[in-house]
Design a protein around this ligand. Structure first.
Ligand code: TYD
Length: 203
């Protein structure tokens, strides 16, 4: 088993990759937990609605950061730790590195308090691997045209460029913790590369 986190800008194709892997693991009779941030628990899903809506009292960047971290603390206690104890696979759509990429990279908040808050919220629980689906933001935006957009998806291109660059920086700082995939490739090819990597690790 392993705790895997899927990261990337909006439209990178995380959901497709997660469901392909889920299917494969279920075929192998493995126990799998699929979860996401913001969300993953009833409290987290309720806060997610408040965080992503584009009208009403929009949180200022520091409030936004703290809400993501509150959701994370709940998620780690209620979902991640119990699944780790049961030795289940965890496929998680976004985690601590989203906060660094979006709130430090995108919103340009200081990264130091974010690192501390990430540690506090997770109680030090880290995934085995972050999988970055790397995509140029222009392509992400093309792919999202049909969807109804949340508060991040309506941000300008330069915001998403900063997010992407921050992810790449994180991955280059800790190459053993990251698998970077070029998300311009077909879903099948991305899936094969991920499987290859997981087999290499014997997970
Ligand atoms: P996501 O669930 O990936 O959106 P969608 O349902 O459209 O695929 O994530 C919602 C947004 O929240 C996404 O734009 C990234 C943002 N986000 C942060 O800004 N900080 C965080 O810590 C997390 C977890 C997400």
């Amino acid at each position: 088993m392993a705790f895997l986190v899927f990261e990337g800008i909006d439209g990178a194709g995380k959901s497709t990759l997660i469901s392909s892997l889920q299917q494969r693991l279920l075929e192998q009779k493995q126990e799998v937990v699929i979860t996401r941030e913001p969300g993953g628990t009833p409290l987290g899903e309720a806060l997610r609605q408040l965080l992503l809506k584009t009208d009403g009292d929009i949180p200022v960047p520091r409030a936004e950061l703290l809400l993501y971290e509150a959701i994370r603390a709940q998620h780690v206690e209620r979902v991640i730790k119990p699944a780790l104890q049961k030795k289940q696979w965890i496929l998680c759509d976004r985690y601590t590195s989203s906060t660094l990429a979006f709130q430090a990279g995108g919103r340009e908040l200081d990264s130091q308090p974010i690192q501390w808050l990430n540690f506090f919220a997770t109680d030090g629980v880290e995934p085995n691997l972050f999988i970055l689906l790397d995509l140029p933001p222009t392509e992400g935006q093309n792919r999202m045209q049909a969807r109804e957009k949340d508060r991040f998806e309506i941000e300008e291109l330069s915001f998403h460029e900063r997010v992407r660059n921050y992810y790449l920086k994180l991955a280059s700082e800790k190459p053993n913790q990251w698998l970077v995939l070029n998300a311009l490739q077909s879903p099948q090819s991305l899936f094969e590369q991920l499987l290859h990597h997981l087999e290499k690790q014997s997970w």
